[in-house]
Design a protein around this ligand. Structure first.
Ligand code: SAH
Length: 244
């Protein structure tokens, strides 16, 4: 058997948003590696080996997936959303860079529907004009970098998708982020809190940034801050296609 590593995104939650390409890879896999809640979304089948790991153990998980593939297994490493967006694909390449013996392994990355696109679709078209995405987790980057990026994104009038806004281990960063955006003159901008999009727990809240409170976000929330021209039409939010 020739080993292969497929790094795949499972989308934001709803099985209907798993791409046919990813479903096919899962059907052909001998092993699936991933954070336990994501493995729970993989259809079980006899003989399929599931390797669950802790959420923080990205490099260990990437190493395990590469090792299994090197041993000849057909491995799928799963992420939620898209595997290249604040997820496992980069971790695999980080491990690969330090492990020349694995460089010739067959590897492919299969895209998935990332949370910001699922959230934007629920709201309307808040990412219809220029936008950026910022990961608010300071586990792997210093907080001053996050602050700088928020300020510059606000100054450049991007719509901003915020991933990982708030967790039990990082209860305060998002409140600081909201203050930074208010100081940068974004108080009147429209903000969307998209919680657990495409799951039974989905909840979408839209309000002006000055009314936003940090407690409105948790680890299952994707926050979209509109740009200065973002508008509402009925229940929809959209960014006009023209900028002046
Ligand atoms: N690779 C994933 C992102 C992983 S980072 C992707 O492409 O979507 C984890 C963060 O993604 C969460 O803290 C949250 O901000 C966001 N997220 C993931 N799934 C979500 C969902 N169903 N609804 C809202 N936000 C989600």
């Amino acid at each position: 058997m020739t080993g292969m590593l497929t790094i795949a995104g499972l989308g934001p939650g709803d099985a209907a948003l798993i791409t046919p390409e990813v479903s096919a890879a899962l059907t052909e896999a001998t092993d699936v590696v991933g954070y336990a809640p994501y493995l729970a979304r993989v259809p079980s089948r006899e003989g399929l080996r599931l390797h669950a790991s802790d959420n923080r153990m990205e490099l260990a998980r990437a190493t395990e997936a590469l090792r299994l593939a090197f041993e000849g297994r057909r491995v799928v490493l799963v992420s939620s959303g898209d595997p290249g967006v604040f997820a496992m694909a980069a971790a695999v390449f980080e491990v690969l860079e330090a492990a020349p013996e694995w460089k010739d392994l067959s590897i492919r990355v299969l895209p998935g529907v990332t949370a910001m696109l699922a959230a934007a679709a629920r709201a309307g078209a808040p990412l219809g004009h220029d936008f950026c995405a910022i990961n608010l987790s300071d586990n792997l980057k210093p907080w001053p970098v996050i602050e700088k990026r928020l300020r510059l994104a606000a100054a450049a009038d991007f719509a901003i998708a915020i991933y990982n806004p708030r967790s039990k281990g990082r209860p305060d960063g998002f409140a600081r982020a909201l203050d930074i955006l208010k100081d940068a003159g974004c108080g009147e901008r429209t903000v969307i809190f998209a919680h657990a999009v495409t799951t039974p727990k989905e909840r979408i809240e839209t309000l002006p940034l000055r009314q936003a409170r940090a407690e409105m976000a948790d680890m299952a929330t994707l926050v979209i801050v509109g740009n200065s021209t973002t508008r509402r039409v009925g229940r929809w939010v959209y960014a006009p296609r023209r900028a002046s």
